[in-house]
Design a protein around this ligand. Structure first.
Ligand SMILES: [Ca+2]
Ligand SMILES: [Ca+2]
Length: 306
Protein backbone atom coordinates (compact mmCIF):
# COMPACT_ATOMS: atom_id res chain seq x y z
CA UNK A 1 0.00 0.00 0.00
CA UNK A 2 1.88 3.01 -1.24
CA UNK A 3 0.01 5.38 1.04
CA UNK A 4 1.80 3.85 4.01
CA UNK A 5 5.05 5.49 2.96
CA UNK A 6 3.40 8.89 3.23
CA UNK A 7 5.78 11.26 4.91
CA UNK A 8 6.33 14.96 4.82
CA UNK A 9 9.38 17.05 5.68
CA UNK A 10 9.73 17.36 9.42
CA UNK A 11 9.86 21.13 9.13
CA UNK A 12 6.59 21.27 7.28
CA UNK A 13 5.00 19.21 10.01
CA UNK A 14 6.41 21.31 12.79
CA UNK A 15 8.29 18.56 14.57
CA UNK A 16 11.09 19.95 16.68
CA UNK A 17 14.38 18.10 16.49
CA UNK A 18 17.71 18.67 18.19
CA UNK A 19 19.77 21.58 16.84
CA UNK A 20 23.54 21.14 16.69
CA UNK A 21 25.78 22.95 19.19
CA UNK A 22 26.32 26.53 18.17
CA UNK A 23 23.00 26.78 16.35
CA UNK A 24 20.98 29.95 16.58
CA UNK A 25 18.05 29.18 18.83
CA UNK A 26 14.58 30.54 18.15
CA UNK A 27 13.04 32.96 20.61
CA UNK A 28 10.34 31.97 23.04
CA UNK A 29 7.92 34.18 21.15
CA UNK A 30 8.67 32.44 17.87
CA UNK A 31 8.17 29.06 19.49
CA UNK A 32 4.94 30.14 21.14
CA UNK A 33 3.56 30.97 17.72
CA UNK A 34 4.54 27.55 16.43
CA UNK A 35 2.95 25.50 19.18
CA UNK A 36 -0.32 27.35 19.61
CA UNK A 37 -3.14 28.02 17.22
CA UNK A 38 -4.66 24.59 17.55
CA UNK A 39 -6.98 23.54 20.32
CA UNK A 40 -5.32 20.62 22.06
CA UNK A 41 -6.50 18.28 24.75
CA UNK A 42 -4.99 18.82 28.18
CA UNK A 43 -3.66 15.39 29.09
CA UNK A 44 -3.05 16.47 32.65
CA UNK A 45 -5.99 18.58 33.83
CA UNK A 46 -4.43 18.89 37.28
CA UNK A 47 -1.61 20.92 35.70
CA UNK A 48 -4.00 23.44 34.21
CA UNK A 49 -3.54 26.24 36.74
CA UNK A 50 0.23 25.90 36.90
CA UNK A 51 0.29 25.76 33.09
CA UNK A 52 -1.20 29.25 33.06
CA UNK A 53 1.36 30.65 35.51
CA UNK A 54 4.05 32.45 33.57
CA UNK A 55 7.29 34.21 34.41
CA UNK A 56 9.83 33.72 37.16
CA UNK A 57 13.15 34.84 38.57
CA UNK A 58 16.32 35.30 36.58
CA UNK A 59 18.72 32.69 37.94
CA UNK A 60 22.09 31.30 37.01
CA UNK A 61 22.23 28.00 35.16
CA UNK A 62 23.90 25.74 37.68
CA UNK A 63 27.22 24.42 36.46
CA UNK A 64 27.42 26.63 33.40
CA UNK A 65 30.41 28.90 32.92
CA UNK A 66 30.05 32.68 33.30
CA UNK A 67 30.15 33.28 29.56
CA UNK A 68 27.32 30.87 28.90
CA UNK A 69 25.32 32.23 31.79
CA UNK A 70 25.81 35.80 30.62
CA UNK A 71 24.55 34.88 27.19
CA UNK A 72 21.69 32.57 28.06
CA UNK A 73 20.33 33.03 31.58
CA UNK A 74 18.15 35.91 30.45
CA UNK A 75 16.36 33.52 28.11
CA UNK A 76 14.84 31.64 31.06
CA UNK A 77 11.54 33.46 31.08
CA UNK A 78 8.79 30.94 31.69
CA UNK A 79 6.81 33.22 29.44
CA UNK A 80 4.37 30.77 27.92
CA UNK A 81 0.98 29.36 28.86
CA UNK A 82 -0.66 26.38 27.21
CA UNK A 83 -1.45 22.73 27.63
CA UNK A 84 1.16 20.47 29.19
CA UNK A 85 2.13 19.15 25.78
CA UNK A 86 2.28 22.63 24.28
CA UNK A 87 4.62 23.76 27.06
CA UNK A 88 6.92 20.81 26.43
CA UNK A 89 6.91 21.52 22.69
CA UNK A 90 7.56 25.22 23.37
CA UNK A 91 10.58 24.26 25.46
CA UNK A 92 11.85 21.79 22.86
CA UNK A 93 11.58 24.48 20.19
CA UNK A 94 13.13 27.23 22.29
CA UNK A 95 16.15 25.26 23.44
CA UNK A 96 16.63 23.16 20.30
CA UNK A 97 15.86 19.65 21.50
CA UNK A 98 14.00 16.68 20.08
CA UNK A 99 10.41 16.93 21.24
CA UNK A 100 9.90 13.16 21.30
CA UNK A 101 12.81 12.67 23.62
CA UNK A 102 11.56 15.51 25.78
CA UNK A 103 8.13 13.90 26.03
CA UNK A 104 9.80 10.71 27.26
CA UNK A 105 12.06 12.61 29.63
CA UNK A 106 9.13 14.42 31.21
CA UNK A 107 7.28 11.14 31.52
CA UNK A 108 10.19 9.45 33.29
CA UNK A 109 10.65 12.42 35.60
CA UNK A 110 7.06 13.16 36.51
CA UNK A 111 4.54 11.28 34.35
CA UNK A 112 3.80 14.84 33.11
CA UNK A 113 2.36 15.78 36.51
CA UNK A 114 3.50 19.17 37.81
CA UNK A 115 2.80 18.22 41.42
CA UNK A 116 5.33 15.37 41.31
CA UNK A 117 7.64 15.87 44.29
CA UNK A 118 10.81 13.80 44.09
CA UNK A 119 14.07 13.19 45.92
CA UNK A 120 12.42 13.13 49.34
CA UNK A 121 14.96 13.66 52.10
CA UNK A 122 15.01 13.56 55.90
CA UNK A 123 18.04 15.81 56.06
CA UNK A 124 17.30 18.83 58.24
CA UNK A 125 19.84 21.11 56.58
CA UNK A 126 18.77 20.26 53.06
CA UNK A 127 15.14 20.92 53.87
CA UNK A 128 15.95 24.10 55.82
CA UNK A 129 17.81 25.37 52.79
CA UNK A 130 14.52 25.59 50.90
CA UNK A 131 12.49 26.66 53.90
CA UNK A 132 11.02 23.25 54.64
CA UNK A 133 11.06 20.76 57.50
CA UNK A 134 11.83 17.07 57.00
CA UNK A 135 10.75 15.06 55.22
CA UNK A 136 10.82 17.37 52.22
CA UNK A 137 10.90 16.94 48.48
CA UNK A 138 13.89 18.43 46.68
CA UNK A 139 12.76 18.02 43.06
CA UNK A 140 9.71 19.52 41.46
CA UNK A 141 7.81 19.96 38.25
CA UNK A 142 7.59 18.18 34.91
CA UNK A 143 11.37 17.83 34.66
CA UNK A 144 12.08 17.62 38.40
CA UNK A 145 14.32 20.62 39.02
CA UNK A 146 16.29 19.86 42.20
CA UNK A 147 16.00 22.80 44.56
CA UNK A 148 19.26 22.33 46.49
CA UNK A 149 21.33 22.06 43.31
CA UNK A 150 19.69 24.65 41.08
CA UNK A 151 19.80 27.65 43.35
CA UNK A 152 16.93 30.10 43.16
CA UNK A 153 14.64 27.77 41.25
CA UNK A 154 12.48 26.92 44.25
CA UNK A 155 9.60 27.58 44.75
CA UNK A 156 9.01 28.81 41.19
CA UNK A 157 9.75 25.28 39.98
CA UNK A 158 6.55 24.23 41.78
CA UNK A 159 4.45 27.13 40.57
CA UNK A 160 5.00 27.58 36.85
CA UNK A 161 5.16 24.66 34.43
CA UNK A 162 6.76 26.78 31.72
CA UNK A 163 9.40 28.28 34.01
CA UNK A 164 10.51 24.87 35.29
CA UNK A 165 10.72 23.49 31.76
CA UNK A 166 12.58 26.60 30.64
CA UNK A 167 15.20 26.28 33.38
CA UNK A 168 15.72 22.53 32.96
CA UNK A 169 16.20 22.91 29.21
CA UNK A 170 18.52 25.89 29.62
CA UNK A 171 20.66 23.63 31.81
CA UNK A 172 20.47 20.82 29.26
CA UNK A 173 21.46 23.20 26.48
CA UNK A 174 24.43 24.50 28.48
CA UNK A 175 25.54 20.88 28.91
CA UNK A 176 24.95 20.17 25.21
CA UNK A 177 26.94 23.23 24.16
CA UNK A 178 30.00 22.09 26.09
CA UNK A 179 29.82 24.42 29.08
CA UNK A 180 30.05 21.66 31.70
CA UNK A 181 33.74 20.77 31.71
CA UNK A 182 33.33 19.71 35.34
CA UNK A 183 31.66 16.56 34.00
CA UNK A 184 35.13 15.15 33.32
CA UNK A 185 37.52 14.25 30.54
CA UNK A 186 35.06 12.13 28.55
CA UNK A 187 32.52 14.95 28.42
CA UNK A 188 32.13 17.02 25.29
CA UNK A 189 29.55 19.07 23.38
CA UNK A 190 26.84 17.62 21.20
CA UNK A 191 25.89 14.61 23.33
CA UNK A 192 22.22 15.07 24.23
CA UNK A 193 22.01 11.61 25.70
CA UNK A 194 24.90 12.17 28.03
CA UNK A 195 23.35 15.42 29.19
CA UNK A 196 20.00 13.78 29.91
CA UNK A 197 21.81 11.22 32.04
CA UNK A 198 23.75 13.96 33.79
CA UNK A 199 20.56 15.84 34.65
CA UNK A 200 19.46 12.72 36.50
CA UNK A 201 22.70 11.62 38.16
CA UNK A 202 24.97 14.66 38.07
CA UNK A 203 27.66 12.53 36.44
CA UNK A 204 28.73 11.69 32.89
CA UNK A 205 27.49 8.21 31.95
CA UNK A 206 27.83 6.77 35.44
CA UNK A 207 25.79 3.71 36.41
CA UNK A 208 22.84 5.79 37.60
CA UNK A 209 22.78 7.77 34.38
CA UNK A 210 22.91 4.61 32.29
CA UNK A 211 20.04 3.09 34.27
CA UNK A 212 18.04 6.26 33.78
CA UNK A 213 18.72 6.20 30.03
CA UNK A 214 17.47 2.61 29.87
CA UNK A 215 14.17 3.75 31.37
CA UNK A 216 14.06 6.68 28.98
CA UNK A 217 14.56 4.34 26.03
CA UNK A 218 11.74 2.12 27.26
CA UNK A 219 9.36 5.06 27.47
CA UNK A 220 10.36 6.14 23.97
CA UNK A 221 9.25 2.73 22.73
CA UNK A 222 6.07 2.60 24.81
CA UNK A 223 5.13 6.24 24.24
CA UNK A 224 2.67 6.27 27.16
CA UNK A 225 1.72 9.87 26.35
CA UNK A 226 0.75 8.79 22.86
CA UNK A 227 -1.58 6.10 24.11
CA UNK A 228 -3.78 8.65 25.82
CA UNK A 229 -2.88 11.57 23.65
CA UNK A 230 -4.15 12.99 20.40
CA UNK A 231 -5.18 10.36 17.89
CA UNK A 232 -7.58 8.54 20.21
CA UNK A 233 -10.69 9.73 18.43
CA UNK A 234 -12.89 6.91 19.72
CA UNK A 235 -12.00 7.59 23.34
CA UNK A 236 -10.78 4.15 24.39
CA UNK A 237 -7.36 5.35 25.64
CA UNK A 238 -5.50 3.72 22.80
CA UNK A 239 -4.44 4.95 19.41
CA UNK A 240 -4.82 2.22 16.82
CA UNK A 241 -6.35 1.21 13.52
CA UNK A 242 -9.88 1.72 14.85
CA UNK A 243 -9.10 5.42 15.26
CA UNK A 244 -7.84 5.51 11.67
CA UNK A 245 -11.10 3.96 10.53
CA UNK A 246 -13.11 6.52 12.50
CA UNK A 247 -11.19 9.38 10.89
CA UNK A 248 -11.80 7.94 7.42
CA UNK A 249 -15.50 7.72 8.22
CA UNK A 250 -15.43 11.31 9.46
CA UNK A 251 -13.71 12.39 6.27
CA UNK A 252 -16.45 10.84 4.15
CA UNK A 253 -19.13 12.38 6.35
CA UNK A 254 -20.57 9.21 7.85
CA UNK A 255 -19.39 10.22 11.33
CA UNK A 256 -19.91 13.46 13.24
CA UNK A 257 -17.23 15.30 15.20
CA UNK A 258 -17.75 16.21 18.86
CA UNK A 259 -15.41 18.08 21.20
CA UNK A 260 -13.98 15.66 23.73
CA UNK A 261 -14.68 12.35 25.41
CA UNK A 262 -16.75 10.34 26.10
CA UNK A 263 -18.65 10.09 22.84
CA UNK A 264 -22.41 10.58 23.17
CA UNK A 265 -22.83 8.18 20.27
CA UNK A 266 -19.93 5.73 19.84
CA UNK A 267 -21.49 4.56 16.61
CA UNK A 268 -21.86 8.01 15.12
CA UNK A 269 -19.32 10.37 16.71
CA UNK A 270 -15.61 10.90 16.94
CA UNK A 271 -13.62 13.20 19.20
CA UNK A 272 -12.63 15.80 16.66
CA UNK A 273 -10.20 17.51 19.05
CA UNK A 274 -8.02 14.39 18.98
CA UNK A 275 -8.09 13.83 15.25
CA UNK A 276 -5.61 16.31 13.81
CA UNK A 277 -2.45 14.32 14.37
CA UNK A 278 -0.40 16.20 11.77
CA UNK A 279 -1.49 19.56 13.15
CA UNK A 280 -2.63 21.10 9.88
CA UNK A 281 -5.93 22.21 11.42
CA UNK A 282 -7.93 19.62 9.49
CA UNK A 283 -9.11 16.14 10.42
CA UNK A 284 -8.99 14.09 7.27
CA UNK A 285 -7.67 11.06 5.43
CA UNK A 286 -4.07 12.17 5.95
CA UNK A 287 -4.52 11.90 9.69
CA UNK A 288 -6.05 8.46 9.24
CA UNK A 289 -3.02 7.33 7.23
CA UNK A 290 -0.63 8.65 9.86
CA UNK A 291 -2.48 6.80 12.61
CA UNK A 292 -2.50 3.65 10.49
CA UNK A 293 1.26 3.95 9.95
CA UNK A 294 1.81 4.17 13.67
CA UNK A 295 -0.33 1.11 14.21
CA UNK A 296 1.83 -0.71 11.69
CA UNK A 297 5.00 0.48 13.51
CA UNK A 298 6.04 2.75 10.68
CA UNK A 299 7.64 5.99 11.89
CA UNK A 300 6.20 9.37 11.06
CA UNK A 301 5.98 12.80 12.65
CA UNK A 302 3.24 11.67 15.00
CA UNK A 303 5.01 8.53 16.18
CA UNK A 304 8.71 9.06 15.41
CA UNK A 305 9.58 6.03 17.50
CA UNK A 306 6.73 3.61 16.78
CA1 LIG B 1 -8.75 4.80 20.20
CA1 LIG C 1 -4.75 16.94 10.03
Amino acid sequence: MSALVLTAPAEAQGFFDTLAPGSDLPTGEECAQQVTGLSRIEQRPSNAGLNQTIGGPTVNIDGADPIYNAAFRQRISGDFAGTTEQILRWGACKWGFNEGTLRARAWVESSWLMTTAGDITDDIDTCAFIGQVPPCAQSHGLLQVKAGVHLGTYPRSTESTAWGVDYALAWTRACFEGSFVWLGPDYGPGDERGCLGAWFSGEWYDAAALAYLDVLDARLVERPWYKTDIGDVNCDNQVNIIDALFVVQFDVLVRTGVAGCPLASPAGNLNQLAGDVNRDLRVNIIDALIIAQCDAFLPNIFCPNP
